[in-house]
Ligand binder design. Structure first.
Ligand SMILES: [Zn+2]
Length: 276
């Protein structure tokens, strides 16, 4: 902090701080985004985030900058004895930032990413139809219920890299929940266009019909749970196997393209050939 700024802060008090802080944050973020990504972080992303290796050069540069800013701004907390490494930070940041490559917004309300070594237990209370409240214990690979934190199992984050193209990616899933909740009013960006929510609800209904008939679904049937799960599961497919999603559900692909401002079915750079 320079002396001039310090004096200005003392003079103008807390209100001045509140007004100045966002501009500083924007400036600091711009500087971080302009820095090159450390080699180790880049190698980790190439290894663990297949979608990032397909990005056109311009978007890859933007992703690298977003990762720098995300790693600097967010707190990564190791749980159950896990020591968080630079590889974990870079991988999780890249997955989070893939989702905002073509959008405004940087998870401003998000403060911490809690990383467990493997799947973790959560306990909550559920009320049955008779109003009886029961303690419930569930094992999860990720959770995004709060604006300030996201919880991930590192073992499950790596599954996506071990089985690329299968449409499973817990980190993309949880960060998609986060963005979805932001759009619903937790503090962020509105949905892209009026009518968008109705159209995606229509896609959800058609999935429900297929599940009810016992038919084959391209999306994991878990997507039929509710609209939030539908959006999160479809997001996984949008980034993990975009061409397959486009072929199976062109309208849904188009809606996600609109939401994310990206067209991953066309990402073929870095020597990855386009399908015949
Ligand atoms: Zn979910």
């Amino acid at each position: 902090m320079t002396a001039v700024v310090a004096i200005a802060l003392v003079a103008s008090g807390v209100l001045g701080w509140l007004l100045l802080a966002p501009a500083w944050q924007r400036r600091r973020r711009a500087l971080r985004m302009a820095e090159p990504l450390p080699d180790g972080a880049r190698a980790a992303i190439d290894r663990n985030v297949p979608a990032a290796t397909r990005l056109p050069a311009g978007l890859r540069t933007r992703l690298d900058g977003l990762v720098n800013a995300f790693v600097a701004e967010k707190e990564f907390v190791g749980c159950n004895g896990l020591a968080v490494t630079d590889e974990m930070r870079a991988t999780i940041a890249a997955l989070a930032c893939l989702l905002v490559l073509g959008r405004r917004g940087h998870y401003d309300e998000l403060h911490s990413i809690l990383v467990y070594p493997t799947a973790f237990w959560v306990e909550d209370e559920v009320e049955d139809e008779a109003g009886v409240v029961e303690q419930r214990r569930r094992v999860l690979s990720g959770e995004a219920w709060e604006a300030s934190r996201i919880i991930l199992s590192w073992e499950d984050v790596l599954e996506a890299a071990r089985f690329p193209g299968e449409g499973y990616n817990v980190a993309l899933h949880e960060f998609a929940h986060y963005l979805d909740a932001e759009g619903l009013g937790l503090g962020g960006s509105p949905r892209p266009l009026a009518g968008w929510a109705d159209e995606i609800a229509g896609e959800f209904e058609s999935l429900l019909d297929t599940v009810d008939r016992g038919g084959y679904t391209f999306l994991d049937p878990y997507a039929a749970e509710d609209e939030a799960e539908f959006f999160a599961v479809a997001t996984e497919d949008f980034f993990e196997r975009p061409r397959d999603l486009l072929a199976a559900h062109a309208r849904l692909y188009g809606l996600l393209q609109e939401f994310y401002g990206l067209d991953p079915a066309r990402w073929t750079s870095q020597g990855v050939p386009a399908p015949a």
